[in-house]
Ligand binder design. Structure first.
Ligand code: IPM
Ligand code: MN
Length: 366
């Protein structure tokens, strides 16, 4: 019998459950046709967990994640949550809690525009024609997301001030930089580190540490960009970028920009891993409650996140590549979901149909 893998599946809120249903189709192909010994169990998280457990992060869910080799995550967030507690963000209590709890410091988001699909990009053809293949590596459990923060109230208990703290230790910067250099070394040997060291002390330290680590990787060409300049260059000339290294907040913003220029956030998967390669795999986009249950959400980011799980946690690179190539093939055949087209006359497939087409094409490609 082949190695057994246990996956905790947390579909979450909004479009999470419907895109996750498409990932199940792929998991079933992996079990039946690739003979992978995958066991999965569903757990509630986010707004969807409140009804049963009165919390967005139930103990049962946490326990389920602890017993598993990896977590396949949908998305969390629901506008109705504000009625429950105005000051604690649902995302912080669930998704960010899991990231921190499992020490998932390294977030990897690949944004790739396939050559025949450059029409999907909102960029001018003269720019997109040069191709986009950017791997965004984001520090995920430090910085302003987890630094000291507070509301300060006046004597009438009305909010008067608020602050958040961008804080990084050298150790945190070392550990994410090393991974970024290692990955860059296996690709085009080109790494761009993003900071705002003309203003922020935390960025000065960031740049110093990245420079130090670069000495261990003489083959990798390193350059630094201020974040404001970086967002411009990524739009104007994305083909010059290969691996981008960012702090938590800059990576959050830049990875969305990378998603936009390849056509849709619905295409961008994400892997968040720790030293032991335990990982949480999730689409980079949010729960998109406005299009929930309409069967129009794009399931590709969820399916590619599953593929990243095969690559990073299970070390099944070949099967992961098969899934990625299948997605590419399906898109190149012209099947697209609504988010990928602003042409009203263009025919698009539903969430469910896209899941079926990818699953069937994967079977054909075995
Ligand atoms: C992401 C998301 C999250 C983040 C939210 C949902 C907290 O935007 O994964 O990029 O900011 O990290
Ligand atoms: Mn984000």
């Amino acid at each position: 019998m082949s190695k057994k893998y246990k996956i905790a599946i947390l579909p979450g809120d909004g479009i999470g459950p419907e895109v996750m249903r498409q990932a199940y189709k792929i998991i079933n192909v992996l079990k039946k046709k690739f003979f992978l010994n995958i066991q999965y169990k569903n757990y509630l998280v986010g707004y969807s967990a409140i009804k049963k457990y009165k919390t967005v992060m139930p103990k049962e869910t946490l326990y389920g994640c602890e017993k598993s080799n990896a977590i396949l995550f949908g998305s969390v967030g629901d506008p109705r949550y504000n009625f429950f507690n105005k000051n604690i963000s649902l995302e912080k209590e669930s998704l960010l809690f899991i990231r921190k709890k499992f020490n998932l410091f390294c977030n990897i988001r690949p944004a790739k525009l396939y050559s025949k699909l450059n029409y999907l990009s909102p960029l001018k053809n003269s720019i997109s024609i040069n191709g986009i293949d950017i791997l965004c590596i984001r520090e995920l459990i430090g910085g302003i997301y987890f630094g000291n923060s507070k509301f300060i109230y006046d004597k009438n208990k009305i909010k008067k001030k608020a602050f958040d703290t961008e804080i990084y230790s050298k150790k945190e910067i070392y550990r994410i930089s090393r991974i970024a250099f290692k990955i860059a070394n296996k690709r085009k040997k080109k790494l761009t580190s993003i900071d705002k060291s003309n203003v922020l002390k935390s960025s000065i330290l960031w740049r110093e540490v990245v420079n130090e680590v670069s000495k261990e990787f003489p083959n990798v060409k390193l350059n630094h960009l201020y974040v404001d300049n970086a967002v411009m260059q990524i739009i104007k000339n994305p083909s010059i970028f290969d691996v981008i290294l960012c702090s938590n907040i800059f990576g959050d913003i830049i990875s969305d920009e990378c998603a936009a220029i390849i056509g849709s956030i619905g295409l961008l998967p994400s892997a968040s891993i720790n030293e032991k390669k335990f990982g949480l795999y999730e689409p980079s986009g949010g729960s998109a409650p406005d299009i929930k249950n309409l069967n129009i959400a794009n399931p590709i980011a969820q399916i590619l996140s599953l593929s990243m799980m095969l690559k990073y946690t299970m070390k099944l690179d070949n099967i992961s590549k098969k899934i990625d190539n299948t997605v590419k093939e399906v898109l190149e055949l012209g099947y697209i979901t609504k988010d990928l087209s602003n042409d009203v006359n263009k025919e698009y497939v539903s969430t469910d149909e896209m899941g079926d087409i990818i699953a069937q094409t994967l079977i054909k490609n075995i």
